[in-house]
Each structure stands twice: as C-alpha cells, then as structure tokens.
Ligand binder design. Structure first.
Ligand code: VG1
Ligand code: CO
Length: 543
C-alpha cells in the first residue's frame, strides 16, 4: 500500500455545531472538504497512531464514499484498527455502544442526523471519544483550530474496501474488522429490558407501528421488534434504509412522521406508535390519540424506571437540557435524586454519566437516553415504553393521565422558524438580550416576569464553563420562554422558541398545548417581535 502526502489549504467554516460538522452534501463532496476535516480530527486529538476507532454512518447519500476516505486516512496516519459496521452502517447509539464495548479510542459517525439527505440534502461528520459520547467542547475546539492550519493530508492509495460481508481485512498495517451493525446493540437491549414481558404484550394482541423513516433504524427495529420480540411483520414501516430517506425528512415528529401520526390519531389506530430519526438516536412516542411530548416521555420514564430490569435499583440522578420542560424535575424531587440542567446537545451529559451522577438524560428534541451508552438512543426509549406498558397494563393515554394526576402537567411546545435570514435572527436575539436586565417585574397580560438571563453552564465534573447557551425568561408560577439559535441547520439561521407552563389543576390537564400556552406564546411575541423580525406569520414546525 502506498501512502501519499498531499498539500492542502484550510477551508473556512469547518466549525462543528451542536452535533458535529453539518453541511450540504455538495459542500462535503467539494475538493478536500471531507479530507481536510478528517485530517483535522486526527490532528486535533493528537493523532491516531496505534489507536482503534469505530466507524459507521446512517446510510445517507455519500456515506459509503466518505467511509472509504476515513479508512484510507486512518491507515495513512497509523491507526491500528478500525471496527466498521457492515455497508458502513451504524446507528449513533450502536456506534457509542461499540466504542465502549471494544474499548476503542473513539469513533467517526457519518450522519447529519434528522436533516434530510441526498445530493441536495445534508451530510455530517461526528467525532466521539473513548467514553462513547460526542467529543467535549474543548476537544471540538481543538479540532476546529486544526482545520484553520491544516496543510497536508495523509491518505492511502487503494481500491475501495469491500464492506458488504463480515470479514477482517487489512489496509497497509491497519486491521479493518467488519461487524454486523445490529448484533451487539440488540444484545445490550436484551440485557436492559424484560423481553419476555414485551413479547407477551405482543402475543396478547397489542399492536404497534414503528416508523424507521427509511433511515438507519430499519434493520435494528426489524431484528429487535419483529424477529426477537415477535411483533407481527409489518410492525416496522419504512424499514428499508435509503440514501435519500425516500425523499423524506427523517425527523420523528408530528410534522415529518405524518403517515404514522395519521394512523395513530385514528379511532382504529394501533395501541402504540414510535419513530426514530436518520441516525437512530431520536424517538417519538405516541399512543392512540395520545401524543407524548419528549419532555413528558423523560418524566414518565424516570418515574417508572424501577419497573425495568436494567434500572431496578433506581436512578442516581437525572439530567435534562435547559430548554427541556421541568416535568422531570418534579419526578426527581419526589424521588429525592439530583436533577441537572445542561446546555443543548448530548456532549454535555457525558461527564455526568461518566461520573455516575446521572442515570437518565433527555432533551425536548425527541432525545432520551441513559448511562447504557453515551448518546441518546431512539429504540432504547421505545423499548423502555414497551417495557413499562407491558408491566403496568393500560394505554399510553391512561399512563399519561395518571402521571399528570400525580405530578401536575408541564404544558410544552417548541416553535421553529427555519432558514431565517441570519442577520435578522441575530438581531432578534440581540433585541431580547438587550431587555434581559429590565424584564423582571414587567407584566405581559396576566404573566409577570420573575427572571431573565442568558444561560451559562458550569460543568460540575470538570469545572468548564459554557456561555451563551440560550436566553431564558421565567414567569411567576413556573412558566418559561426560551430562545436560541440552532447549531445543526445548514440554511441561514433556525430560531427555536420554547414555551412551557405549569398546570396543577386536574380539570385543565387535557387542553391543546397551543391553547394552554397561548399567553406564554403571546408574551414571547411581544418580547421578541418574532413575526416582524423573521417576516414569518407562523412557525415552520411546531412540536
Ligand atoms: C438539535 C436539538 C438538540 C439535539 C441536536 C442534535 O440541535 O435541538 O437538542 O441535541 O439537534 O440532535 P439544535 O442546535 O439544532 O437546536 V441529532 O439527532 O440532530 O444529532
Ligand atoms: Co439524530
């Protein structure tokens, strides 16, 4: 094998966001774009000489070609071994598990997650550390610094490596082990959950639909739900991974998982519905005519965790991202365990999980997970719900009602304004930032502002500080508005406005969240001037 050193020049804008580097596919296919970034990862982490890496992706357009580049560049920089999923596929949680199980030094996940794929869609590269989780902010900063000075690429000259059969190959001195992407992950799920109880549930006639959205979870869901747990064939819909996700937007929410949503909202719908995103780390949970907001899902899982074998001994603590509703806080208070509030993005949970301070984590953006891996995990959350329902009996709606009766309901909704002019979005944030000092004490209708600040996080484990993590406005009675700009979009800016309101009156537990939150939504508009500044009458996506 010949190794070549190729001169290159830094490419501007290779700054990783909330979850790795995400750009239009065509940008990633540009001259040296991917190569520069991969080389910068190696350079930023002090090289890959002698290291073992895990590699896989969500199967989107350019996944296979990009995987070949990573293999050639790992070999040329002296990596000892790369463990790669067959056909270069691995869901994000499966990659996280594989890194941990094999004691690898890290991993590359080729994914733009919930963003659309295809030649006109998005591509992405994530780097995970030896704990299996997204690399910390400081590691990502070193990688970004490396992109600014990268001057040469090291790459092996070789034919494409065949990744279609389980095998162990070599490229130069580097070993390449091709593994089944599903096997180890399915075994982990079997350790955590009561598979007998869940298969009993399916035997009893319980009907489920799982929408894999033509993304990576198709093979995982078919193996686990249909083959191992005995759910009837056809339980998994859109189960064939496609490079463009069937021209869909692989984001499991009521807007993009419309087909599943419509089935679940019908009187004759299945008992239980779920969906996952491009790379398998998100989940949407929905019962017959009963949508479970991701924040509520986290709270319900926390409240019922000891019903599940892997969590029988209880939770060490819980953590949620700042914009996630405070429903889980009430459960933590009742359980007498700590509840941490972190910035958006899974990388902030890693230290809490590693230090044994938190067992469960969640985000309002359809992300739930635990210390079984270091990523959010879509199918894990689905199995958690199935396990709870199998033990408790009853419907999703009944489970939710019982939860609210016990803890109260945190009404919650996120409004997204996508592809907004970046200057206008920054102007809006500045406009709100400028009011933070004067907002407390002001009233908007019946609401009075109690607190207003820009969220900064002090990591209790390593002492690092992360500033500028979202503007938050707290009202008397526990209501909140949070505003932040997305770190995963690839078109202009995406404004996210998060609304929350606490309801303790049982007679008001079954309102439409948009109605229940109307005064909070109106206050956000008055404070931020969203319509005028974005030029939009309404959000693009409401979750
Ligand atoms: C979004 C979500 C965030 C999530 C991130 C990655 O980030 O809001 O909660 O961690 O996506 O998820 P942002 O910066 O666009 O709000 V995934 O499944 O796209 O890796
Ligand atoms: Co994802």
């Amino acid at each position: 094998t010949t190794f070549r050193t190729i001169p290159t020049e830094p490419i501007e804008g290779q700054k990783p966001g909330t979850s790795g580097l995400r750009k239009k596919t065509a940008v990633f296919q540009g001259h040296h774009y991917l190569e520069n970034f991969i080389q910068s990862i190696w350079n930023g982490i002090g090289g890959v000489q002698g290291k073992t890496l895990v590699l896989g992706g969500d199967g989107r357009h350019f996944n296979s070609q990009a995987a070949q580049v990573v293999l050639r560049m790992a070999a040329a920089s002296g990596a000892k071994k790369v463990i790669v999923g067959k056909r270069a596929l691995l869901s994000t949680p499966a990659a996280s598990h594989l890194i941990r199980k094999r004691g690898a030094d890290g991993g590359i996940i080729l994914s733009a997650s919930h963003n659309p794929g295809g030649p006109n869609g998005d591509f992405g590269v994530k780097f995970n550390s030896a704990n299996g989780g997204p690399a910390s902010e400081s590691v990502m900063a070193r990688i970004f610094d490396a992109t600014k000075v990268v001057s040469e690429l090291h790459i092996a000259e070789s034919q494409d490596i065949g990744l279609r059969t389980l095998d162990t190959l070599t490229l130069g001195d580097m070993e390449i082990e091709i593994v089944d992407p599903v096997t180890d992950y399915a075994a982990l799920m079997q350790e955590l959950f009561d598979f007998d109880a869940i298969s009993g549930l399916f035997k009893s006639g319980f009907r489920m639909r799982f929408d894999a959205m033509h993304a990576v979870t198709g093979p995982y869901a078919r193996t686990i739900l249909e083959e191992i747990l005995g759910a009837p064939p056809g339980t998994v819909m859109n189960g064939l991974p496609l490079p463009d996700f069937g021209e869909g937007h692989p984001d499991p929410n009521p807007t993009w998982a419309k087909q599943l949503w419509d089935e679940m909202m019908s009187d004759s719908g299945p008992d239980f519905g779920a969906a996952s995103d491009g790379d398998g780390d998100r989940n949407m949970i929905v019962g017959r005519k009963a949508y479970v907001s991701p924040s509520d899902s986290l709270a319900v899982i926390a409240a019922n965790a000891t019903l599940v074998p892997g969590y029988r001994d209880g939770l060490k603590g819980v953590a949620r991202s700042m914009p996630t509703s405070q429903a889980v806080d009430r459960v933590a208070a009742r359980l007498g365990i700590d509840c941490y509030e972190t910035p958006t993005g899974w990388k902030f949970f890693g230290n809490l999980l590693d230090a044994g301070r938190a067992t469960l984590c969640g985000e309002e953006s359809f992300g739930t997970g635990s210390d079984h891996v270091r990523e959010k995990d879509g199918l894990w959350a689905v199995l958690f719900w199935l396990n709870i329902l199998a033990v408790k009996g009853g419907s999703v709606a009944e489970l939710l009602d019982a939860h609210w009766a016990e803890y109260g309901r945190n009404y919650y909704s996120r409004h997204d304004y996508e592809a907004v002019d970046a200057a206008a979005a920054n102007g809006l944030m500045d406009h709100v930032r400028g009011q933070l000092a004067s907002l407390p004490g002001q009233s908007f209708g019946a609401l009075t502002v109690e607190t207003a600040d820009e969220f900064a996080y002090d990591d209790p484990v390593d002492g690092s500080r992360s500033e500028g993590q979202g503007l938050r406005i707290g009202f008397a009675g526990g209501g909140r508005v949070v505003l932040r700009l997305s770190g995963t979009g690839t078109d202009g800016a995406t404004l996210r406005v998060y609304h929350e309101k606490v309801e303790e009156d049982a007679a008001r537990f079954n309102l439409d969240p948009q109605e229940a939150l109307a005064d909070i939504i109106a206050a956000a508009e008055t404070i931020a001037g969203i319509k005028a500044r974005t030029g939009r009458d309404a959000p693009d996506v409401i979750t």
